[in-house]
Design a protein around this ligand. Structure first.
Ligand SMILES: Nc1ncnc2c1ncn2[C@@H]1O[C@H](COP(=O)(O)OP(=O)(O)OP(=O)(O)O)[C@@H](O)[C@H]1O
Ligand SMILES: [Mg+2]
Length: 450
């Protein structure tokens, strides 16, 4: 190529100028927060950035990979994230996206594949590369020896402690560096510790959506209006702060957040389907199915008729009833009674239809004021005791973790009423209701017998 730049000279020039590299070579203006992130990797051995949603963490990580690859010959960059989806569908393609629009791509300086981003040269490609490594085995993070090794961890709250320990161990090698980013969803583990007891070892950064031009004010206002400035949803998803103990909420946010960052296989012989039927025009009808803790289907519909709702629930049952027993649990508090009748009339094979009246007596009547209270507490117990994989849906997580309870005159737990929840948040907790319905076992008397 005739007009090929002098790459060697450029790589020396940008060696200690990551921000300029992003501006000139990738052609994107980093936000102030992203500039801090880039400079932190230059200046520190270990960087831990906790941040709100959508402030440009993953893009920042991708830029760090490109800058490091360009300026550090023979470097190795293992990249990981808690789930295959987060790693292979989000973080890894982000590197390709920015590479493709950079000046490096014009000259095919590197080569991106699904398993490797390497220097485009037969002789060096096995010594100079970044690679996605799943975090299901600690071994995956082992064996990266080179003068310059950079570990990248996206959504670090969700990555297994054992994997984190391998990375921590590797940091004792000269030339090894670490960049971890994520929503601070958990209050234990290395990501948490990096901002607390181990903070002398890390350069700790906190990026709030409030200070990011990439996040709309509308998003921030919506979360604040619905759940409150001091809610855990606002702390974790907006301001990038660790959650606190909220004494009067039933399900701590750490549980659904953890389950949203977990991948498991389905288990057991029963498919449970929860159907929460909309009561008013702007409410949602929610279908949530699971086998073991693994979510299978998650459908949200507006303005459905009873016939559509029962038809859809029947279609879900038919998807599974040749192989598994199916239990459909329908909220019959409002218009759900019609859905139950229609479902029963369909005489579905291998399928039990269970009407659940939210206001009815709980199985453990001396402990819970009504069935809906019991359902939320049982769902919490299941989330706590078993591995679960749930959709990473902000509304679902927010609704689950903001339902409150009080103690009634008979010393029983009583959930905040749907109407009170609606007054407080401006929405009906339909998604959470569909979810907990799927976890409810109608005849269950004692804990732990699912
Ligand atoms: N400096 C920038 N200028 C313009 N757009 C940007 C910039 N940085 C990132 N983006 C875009 O903003 C969006 C959010 O960025 P990104 O996905 O990196 O954020 P995130 O903090 O990782 O989000 P999440 O919380 O969903 O993981 C993406 O579409 C990304 O391409
Ligand atoms: Mg991200």
């Amino acid at each position: 190529m005739t007009n090929e730049p002098d790459w060697e000279e450029l790589s020396y020039f940008y060696y200690d100028k990551p921000v300029e590299f992003v501006e000139d070579i990738i052609g994107q203006e980093p936000t102030d927060q992203q500039a801090k992130l880039l400079n932190s990797v230059l200046e520190n051995r270990a960087t831990s950035a906790k941040a709100g949603h959508g402030v440009g963490k993953t893009a920042g990580e991708a830029w760090v990979v490109l800058w490091f690859m360009f300026t550090r010959a023979m470097c190795r960059i293992p990249c990981t994230a808690p789930t295959g989806h987060q790693l292979n569908d989000i973080l890894w393609p982000e590197i390709k996206k920015w590479y493709n629009q950079s000046k490096l791509k014009e000259h095919e300086l590197f080569l991106w594949t699904k398993t490797r981003f390497a220097f485009n040269d037969e002789e060096y490609k096995d010594m100079w590369f970044a690679t996605p490594r799943s975090s299901n085995k600690p071994d995956n993070m082992q064996g990266f020896h080179a003068d310059e090794v950079l570990y990248i961890v996206d959504e670090a709250s969700g990555v297994d402690q054992e994997v984190m320990e391998v990375i921590e161990g590797a940091l004792t090698n000269d030339g090894a560096r670490l960049l971890m980013c994520g929503n601070p969803t958990q209050i234990s583990g290395m990501f948490y510790d990096s901002h607390k007891k181990d903070r002398d070892f890390f350069n700790c950064l906190t990026f709030s959506c409030e200070d990011s031009p990439l996040v709309s004010q509308e998003y921030i206002d919506r979360i604040y209006d619905r759940y409150g400035y001091h809610s855990n949803v606002a702390r974790v998803r907006v301001r990038g702060q660790f959650p606190t103990q909220e004494p009067d909420t039933i399900i701590p946010i750490t549980l659904p957040e953890k389950a949203a960052m977990t991948e498991i296989d389905p288990e057991g012989r029963v498919v449970h389907i929860g159907v929460d039927v909309a009561r008013y025009g702007d409410d949602e009808t929610v279908f949530y199915s699971r086998r073991g803790g693994k979510n299978l289907d998650y459908e949200i519909k507006q303005q459905t008729s009873t016939t559509d709702t029962s038809g859809f629930a029947a279609a879900l049952a038919k998807k599974y009833n040749s192989q598994y027993q199916v239990k459909i649990k329908v909220d019959v508090t409002g218009v759900g009674g019609g859905v139950v009748d229609e479902l029963k009339a369909k005489s579905l094979n291998n399928t039990i239809i269970i009407p659940v009246g939210f206001g009815e007596k709980a199985a453990e009547n001396d402990k819970y004021a009504n069935k809906v209270t019991e359902m939320y507490f049982l769902a919490k117990e299941y989330l706590k005791e078993n591995p679960n994989q749930i959709p990473n849906d902000e509304e679902l997580i927010a609704q689950l973790s903001s339902r409150k309870y009080s103690i009634d005159s008979k010393d029983r737990f009583r959930i905040e009423s749907k109407d009170d929840f609606k007054k407080r948040t401006g929405q009906s907790p339909d998604r959470a209701d569909g979810f907990v319905l799927s976890y409810y076992e109608a005849k269950r008397k004692t804990a732990g017998t699912w």
